[in-house]
Design a protein around this ligand. Structure first.
Ligand code: HEM
Ligand SMILES: *[C@@H]1O[C@H](CO)[C@@H](O)[C@H](O)[C@H]1NC(C)=O
Ligand SMILES: *[C@@H]1O[C@H](CO)[C@@H](O)[C@H](O)[C@H]1NC(C)=O
Ligand SMILES: *[C@@H]1O[C@H](CO)[C@@H](O)[C@H](O)[C@H]1NC(C)=O
Length: 317
């Protein structure tokens, strides 16, 4: 036993020595970069995935699955294969769990709670993710009768809409409405919230897209990042979004208090119950609940409707 410990001790000294003595870290390859902006000029902001793909084909080492490291301008590892994605998202999840905080994220998080997307690796991160995965997105709930019924209802609504339309139809719109409908059902169990949820989700996307140039500038010049977000009016837009989102959630939560819950619980019911019972495993405040719901909405809507679009595209071609 003590031999093993001694070995481990010597080995860790060796590792420490190596990490202190190696001056040049063994980083993935990168194209030549410019001062300040790094590799930003090589990435098309409308289709970044295409730029990443061609850059990794061009500069990546084919023997190490074409990893490349770009400065955008913060160091960004481009991962292009499924096995590397598994290493990053699963095997070394903890090493990659935190994200560099951006100025807009800071305003979002400051206006509500941390939620699951923007929290840094730590106890809060662990507990809020665990709660979301186990209690909200677990098999039991996803396959429960009311969730299946809500899902069936949204599919039927989409099919009816398509059937009623004799001419051309915009499937992107149909898929968006479907994804949004399922999400709003899952969150609050009430169909009449869908329209408002969609407006708020669209608002957030528009702010992120419209403000991307300023957000970028704020990241490139972090010293005056706060000033840039202020002068460009981005902070006001985010603050307005925060207010609207918080108000929307507060109204739904207020509604829930008034009406006795007879149906199977939706996401908000589960979160509120965990807060009231103190069974969440961490200090779950109403702000956290509002932020978790915001993150789930953002995580579920675009991913679902983009996947459906691609499935349709693949079927047609
Ligand atoms: C085809 C559809 C989807 C795809 C491709 C997808 C993909 C992903 C990926 C790659 C991540 C990891 C992000 C990271 O760790 O940085 C993630 C996280 C997450 N997803 Fe999905 N997702 C999809 C649908 C959904 C749906 C329907 C929900 C909820 C109803 C959802 C909820 C979440 C949540 C809560 C997280 C963790 C939040 C975060 O780390 O940002 N996702 N998803
Ligand atoms: C966070 O919000 C408070 C109160 O709403 C505000 O005074 C503060 O300036 C905000 N901080 C950031 C970084 O936006
Ligand atoms: C279909 O709807 C999407 C999303 O609303 C929009 O971006 C696209 O331009 C529309 N396509 C056509 C042909 O109208
Ligand atoms: C985004 O930009 C478009 C076009 O410039 C504008 O119509 C829209 O109001 C802007 N949205 C936000 C939220 O700033």
């Amino acid at each position: 036993m003590s031999l093993v410990l001694l070995f481990l001790f010597l080995f860790s000294i060796f590792l420490l020595y190596r990490s202190l003595s190696s001056t040049k870290p063994n980083l993935p390859p990168a194209p030549a970069s410019l001062p300040f902006i790094g590799h930003l000029h090589l990435v098309d902001s409308r289709t970044p995935h295409r730029s990443f793909h061609s850059l990794s084909l061009h500069y990546g080492n084919p023997d190490s699955s074409r990893l490349i490291l770009l400065n955008l301008p913060s160091p960004t590892l481009v991962v292009s294969t499924a096995s590397d994605a598994e290493l990053v998202l699963k095997t070394h999840d903890l090493a990659f769990a935190s994200r560099p905080a951006s100025f807009s994220e800071a305003i979002l998080v400051n206006g509500t709670g941390q939620g699951v997307s923007f929290s840094e690796y730590g106890n809060y991160w662990r507990q809020s993710k665990k709660f979301t995965v186990v209690h909200l997105l677990g098999q039991k709930r996803v396959f429960s009768a009311p969730f299946r019924a809500a899902h069936a209802e949204e599919v039927t609504a989409m099919m009816d809409h398509i059937a009623a339309n004799k001419g051309e139809i915009n499937l992107s719109d149909c898929f968006y409405a479907y994804a949004n409908g399922v999400v709003s059902h899952a969150i609050a169990g009430k169909e009449n919230n869908a329209q408002r949820l969609r407006e708020l989700t669209d608002d957030l996307s528009a702010i992120l897209a419209n403000g991307s140039l300023y957000q970028l500038a704020a990241e490139v010049f972090p010293g005056i990042g706060k000033l840039i977000t202020k002068v460009s009016g981005l902070d006001k837009k985010f603050e307005l979004y925060n207010r609207n989102w918080n108000q929307f959630m507060a109204e739904i939560i207020e509604d829930k208090k008034k009406t006795a819950n007879t149906k199977e619980e939706d996401f908000l019911d589960v979160l509120l119950r965990a807060r009231d019972d103190g069974t969440a495993g961490f200090d779950l405040t109403e702000n956290d609940i509002i932020a978790i719901v915001r993150d789930i909405t953002a995580a579920a809507t675009d991913t679902t409707f983009n996947t459906l679009e691609w499935i349709m595209y693949s079927c047609l071609s």
